[in-house]
Design a protein around this ligand. Sequence first.
Ligand code: GLN
Length: 284
Amino acid sequence: MRPSGSRRSVTDTVAGALRRASERLSTSSDTARLDAELLMAHALGVSRSDLLLKHMRDAAPEGFLPLVERRAKKEPVAHIVGMQEFFGLDFTVTPDTLIPRGDSETVVLAALEAAPDAARVLDMGTGTGALLLAFLHECQQARGIGIDASPGALAVAQVNAERLRLVGRAGFRLASWHEKGWTDELGRFDLVLCNPPYVEDDAQLEPDVRDYEPGTALFAGPEGLDDYRAIVPQLGKLLLPGGVAVLEIGANQAESVSAIARESGFAVELRRDLGERPRALILR
Ligand code: GLN
């Protein structure tokens, strides 16, 4: 006879383990059940839909519980599984980059609306490459460059371009918009995308974000506006005639960033995210 301690792990089903895991995560995550499903799908090496449709009666894999314990300590699911879905595409994620957020899909949608025929695209602060690669995936005619000040982020963006078979149309380059001369030899663009750091320096972020995502991608001075003040005045020399820039903004920054854009002579249109919060500005 087996010792009783090992019997439960033999008889535990995926369905039962998911129930227990979402209970375990209910105090540490607002999306406990979803988190449990994503971790289980990762542990089994299957998609989430296959997990739900085909694997609920399977034996739960031994590797699942350690993943749940990492999540209980606030590590983001995207870091544990190394992947985040964005705009229907899978992106590799590491602690070197911001985790692509659903709210940022607003930027891609605004760009598809404002510049669907863009041939040359620049993504400033590309991170995982999510904004640029999602746009290029939708627009076959477009080519683009993603810049970032983090070599680690550029390596991740390159992996994502390869995975999405977009290396022929996407290039990445180390550059910082705070340094003089960074635009030399870049040329001009029909479309500039940018999700800059925009969090106020003293903002109280959730531990999942504060302890695990790169501060350099988040914080932008006392009002969270330092990077807009650096970027917007440089857009004139980056855009082709008729070119468009789409900037992600914080939910409370529509007025302040619009003012910065108008000072540089741009007309501004606001787009809201799925929660109806201000999320993107289109500058023409
Ligand atoms: N939306 C992110 C957050 O609130 C911030 C992203 C950014 O600064 N670009 O965590």
